[in-house]
Design a protein. Structure first.
Length: 452
């Protein structure tokens, strides 16, 4: 599989240097509210200037009666603005107490890894941003009320600012309704697994299309004129903190390798745990990129993310299914819903190239080689652990068999082995565990709804 970088690629879009940064900011909960507070301050400054210009114009025109009318209007609005500023923080506390309860319930009912769905939720961040911006804006407006009521001496009348406060309150109420509806949906298993599946397909959308299996991809690349990889001339160790390799900045690594005329090979996979001193990059060719050129090219964190991790979505779906199949929960229907999405994802990648990815520079030369999960890896992530826990639940075994049979119809000959292996192991486990012949026959009857 090949990614292009610039004009030398094979029709694929150029890696974006700021893409990892954008994804990391989406995984934070402070950036959007902080940006909202800055925007609220800028909006207040513009509105205060407009109010000052309005009063100055009326005073220049000797329209003191109109100034007096404005003072009367904003004095009536002052009570409302004061009430808003004092109540908004209480409202924020109540609203986001709902978030903490929802996150706790989702973490306990599904898997702790779904918490990042709440963290990345745009409506949650937008709601918090607008609430905090409204609170700050109302406080700033209160500083603009003049102590004098003489139309000839007043310097500003916060008319535009008061109107904006009212509009922001209306927006906050509308967002509150949308936020509660969104939060309630994310407490249900259906929307959660759907969100995980959509994130997985977004990662898949960044992958190249076409081609057979993993080893065939490597052989086909060589037959198509793929230049042989030179001997390894050195390795670059990881010097950062220990943690999970979340993503790599492909654009920076391609540029760093291109300057030295070498090929870099990423040794760990995305999602691997790396510790300081372990090999991170292998260098093929003469020369080694400097440490300065390799700064900020890899991101290590405390947990995996779905930005570049093709198997992380399947990992989450499998975890939710395993928890549902535990004796403490005993919810096979949830496991069936997870299997629906697992089969959907595997059906989408059954004919796509998987395995080694070659990233090229603008001249078409391979500069970065990266290993990603192959077809057998993805099948094992999706089915292995669920299969081991599904024996006592005929609803799950029937759905799992139906899913495997569907994938066998879609899979090319080179990708049938992992599916046949899991099917055989499932049948053997049921035959070994269920003594009654009728129960075995029922549990081994493929059904797309489990027990439809």
């Amino acid at each position: 599989m090949t990614y292009g970088y610039g004009s030398g690629g094979r029709g694929h879009r150029r890696p974006r240097a700021l893409s990892p940064l954008r994804e990391h900011l989406r995984d934070t909960f402070w950036f959007a509210p902080s940006l909202g507070l800055v925007c609220a301050f800028a909006l207040w400054w513009v509105a205060s200037e407009l109010d000052a210009k309005l009063v100055e114009y009326l005073q220049d025109e000797k329209a003191y009666d109109e100034v007096g009318d404005l003072i009367g209007i904003v004095e009536d609005a002052k009570t409302i603005v004061t009430t808003i500023s004092s109540a908004m923080m209480t409202f924020i506390g109540v609203v986001f107490s709902i978030s903490l309860v929802a996150v706790q319930m989702a973490s306990g009912g599904f898997t702790p890894r779904v918490v990042r769905i709440f963290v990345r939720s745009r409506i949650t961040k937008l709601t918090l941003t607008v609430f905090l911006a409204t609170f700050l804006f109302s406080l700033l407006v209160l500083t603009q009320y003049d102590s004098t009521s003489d139309p000839r001496l007043v310097t500003t009348v916060p008319l535009v600012q008061s109107i904006l406060v009212m509009l922001m309150v209306v927006l906050s109420l509308l967002l509150f309704i949308v936020y509660v509806s969104s939060t309630l949906r994310l407490m249900q298993v259906g929307p959660v697994v759907d969100r995980i599946a959509r994130e997985s397909f977004r990662v898949l959308g960044k992958q190249a299309t076409g081609g057979p299996g993993r080893e065939a991809d490597r052989e086909a690349d060589g037959e198509a004129g793929q230049e042989p990889l030179g001997a390894e001339s050195g390795r670059i160790a990881h010097r950062g903190r220990a943690g999970v390799l979340r993503d790599v900045n492909v654009a920076r690594l391609v540029r760093a390798a291109g300057r030295k005329g070498v090929v870099l090979r990423l040794i760990p996979r995305i999602g691997d745990f790396v510790v300081p001193g372990t090999p991170l990059l292998a260098v093929h060719g003469d020369g080694t990129p400097s440490r300065r050129a390799l700064r900020y090219t890899v991101s290590v964190g405390v947990e995996r993310t779905s930005h570049q991790d093709l198997g992380f979505g399947l990992r989450q779906l499998s975890d939710i299914a395993l928890r549902a199949l535990s004796s403490a929960v005993n919810d096979p229907t949830t496991a069936v819903q997870c299997l629906d999405r697992i089969v959907q994802f595997l059906a989408a990648v059954v004919e796509r190239p998987l395995g080694t990815v070659h990233h090229r520079d603008g001249r078409g030369a391979v500069r970065l080689i990266q290993d990603v999960p192959g077809w057998a890896d993805l099948v094992d992530i999706g089915f292995a652990e669920i299969r081991g826990c599904a024996v006592g639940s005929p609803q799950v075994t029937r759905r799992l068999l139906a899913g495997i049979d569907d994938l066998l119809l879609l899979a090319p000959e080179g990708r049938r082995e992992p599916l046949l292996r899991h099917r055989t192991l499932l049948v053997q486990a049921v035959e070994r565990t269920v003594p009654e012949a009728a129960e075995r026959a029922f549990a081994l009857l493929p059904d797309h709804q489990g027990i439809g």
